[in-house]
Design a protein around this ligand. Structure first.
Ligand code: FAD
Length: 434
């Protein structure tokens, strides 16, 4: 039977129900891939919504998805000044883990990892979540003690951690320089459920899920002002006109300070650049995510074969979204220290993203001083793994006007009162030490 002759009504109905099934892929192979349609609509902004989310990154899209799925709120718009996934959600090094130490972060990231583990089935979208294991190396007795403590905290939280000694790791990671005179590898903390996910696919999967539930995803729509009357938010000004809204969520990552300033807020957040690098495709060599704390360097291998790695922040405030050579040199030096063989690989690309650095290394998911205005920010260089739980908690806060239990400590006023500071980085509440 000719497929083109198949009853189109039946096919259309079938397509709607079975998008991204194995059978659909097979069918499209036979039809010359002519049956796929755009994954989300491209609607004009309406004059008014119940909820407007500013920012179409991972956190904005997941918030929209959970508003619709968990709370039945679909008169929602996500306003994105560029294109969906063009910010940090599509620029990160894709690491997903739940190895946080302190109360507040520990349960939040544990919840996030559980959401990750069901995400592909939930979204019916292949986000290539790969739990290949994450290893934090240690290079001194003191570091070993610190990681043993962290591992115990992870296990107490219900997550997994295995402390391996030097010989235990030598078998797993034969390509490392274990005997480097400056940073000999003493062992490492293995987090077996840690790993990676395909970052763009996460944005696309959430976008598709939100769109299918009726959320308007509006690209090329920059918010330029926030309207407030008598202490209550009433809408936003955008490059595509004014949009009224009963509630507004700011979820713009590296631009948080700028957008919050539109509502008269000065956030305790600094924007810094973080760079990433990728080599040419190589045969499989690294089958974990490996993190080298002494040099602040981490590496994994993508499914295409490229070695994906990064290091520290460019240590000055910027909105440039591209990095600078001194930090590139520093990262390459750390790579060569840990893994001398990497010197044979060619670096193909590097890029940068704007990080919203909070003083204590932990995020904010909270109301603001303006009624109906909410903020989700301060993800530092670790907000990709938080995308599911952040959206879940932010949606809960916006829908119910009270924090979700996993995010109750992410309060904005902790920086003013000093109460509840989390200090995940162990650096104290000082910006410049991040
Ligand atoms: C190089 C690099 C490596 C990283 N590696 C990791 C990692 O391995 N693991 C991990 O967990 N995290 C990692 N991160 C951090 C993570 O990517 C971020 O914390 C997270 O993506 C930030 O949230 P988001 O996805 O919502 O941000 P974004 O994708 O940046 O979304 C914010 C959006 O808001 C939009 N916006 C801004 N201003 C306006 C406006 N006025 N109007 C409308 N829209 C606006 C922006 O265009 C942007 O699309 C990394 C980041 C970088 C740059």
């Amino acid at each position: 039977m000719s497929l083109s002759g198949m009853d189109s009504a039946v096919l259309c109905c079938f397509s709607r129900a079975m998008r991204y099934s194995g059978f659909r892929v097979f069918l499209e192979g036979l039809r010359g891939q002519t049956g796929w349609t755009p994954v989300w609509r491209d609607p004009e902004p309406k004059p008014e919504y119940d909820i407007v989310l500013i920012g179409g990154g991972g956190h904005g899209l997941s918030t929209a998805y959970y508003l619709a799925r968990e709370h039945g709120l679909t008169n929602v718009a996500v306003l994105e000044k560029g294109y969906l996934g063009g910010g940090n959600v599509g620029r990160n090094t894709t690491i997903v883990r739940a190895n946080y130490f302190l109360p507040g972060n520990s349960e939040f990231y544990s919840h996030s990892l559980k959401l990750w583990e069901g995400l592909e089935a939930d979204l019916n979208y292949n986000v290539m979540h790969s739990q290949r294991g994450l290893i934090n190396l240690f290079h001194s007795d003191g570091q070993r003690d610190a990681f043993a403590r962290r591992g115990n905290a992870m296990i107490n939280q219900g997550d997994d951690a295995v402390l391996l000694d030097r010989e235990g790791f030598r078998r797993h990671l034969p390509y490392l320089d274990f005997d480097n005179p400056r940073f000999p590898v003493y062992g490492g903390l293995l987090h077996p459920r840690g790993g990676t996910a395909r970052h763009d696919a996460v944005a696309w999967g959430y976008a598709r899920g939100a769109d299918r539930r009726g959320v308007d995803l509006i690209q090329q729509c920059e918010v330029t002002g926030i309207d407030i009357e008598a202490g209550r938010v009433t809408g936003v000004q955008t490059t595509r006109g004014a949009i009224r809204a009963k509630k507004v969520g700011i979820v713009v990552a590296g631009r948080s300070g700028q957008v919050a300033a539109m509502a008269g807020m000065q956030l305790p957040v600094e924007s810094h650049i973080l760079q990433a690098f990728v080599t040419e495709g190589l045969k499989p060599i690294i089958n974990h995510v490996v993190s080298f704390g002494m040099g602040h360097f981490y590496i994994s291998q993508s499914d295409k074969g490229g070695l994906v790695f990064g290091g520290d922040l460019d240590f000055y405030s910027s909105y440039a979204q591209r990095g600078n050579l001194p930090m590139a040199e520093h990262v390459m030096e750390a790579a060569m220290t840990l893994m001398p063989a990497i010197g044979h690989a060619k670096v193909l690309r590097s890029w940068g993203g704007i990080m919203d650095m909070s003083p204590d290394g932990s995020p904010v998911i909270d109301k603001t001083h303006v009624d109906g205005l909410y903020i989700d920010c301060g993800w530092c260089y670790g907000g990709f793994k938080a995308v599911p739980a952040s959206g879940f908690a932010f949606a809960h806060l916006i829908a119910q006007d009270r924090p979700h239990e996993t995010a109750a400590r992410f309060r904005l006023d902790r920086f003013r009162t000093g109460v509840g500071l989390m200090d995940e980085e162990g650096t104290g509440s000082q910006h410049n030490l991040h």
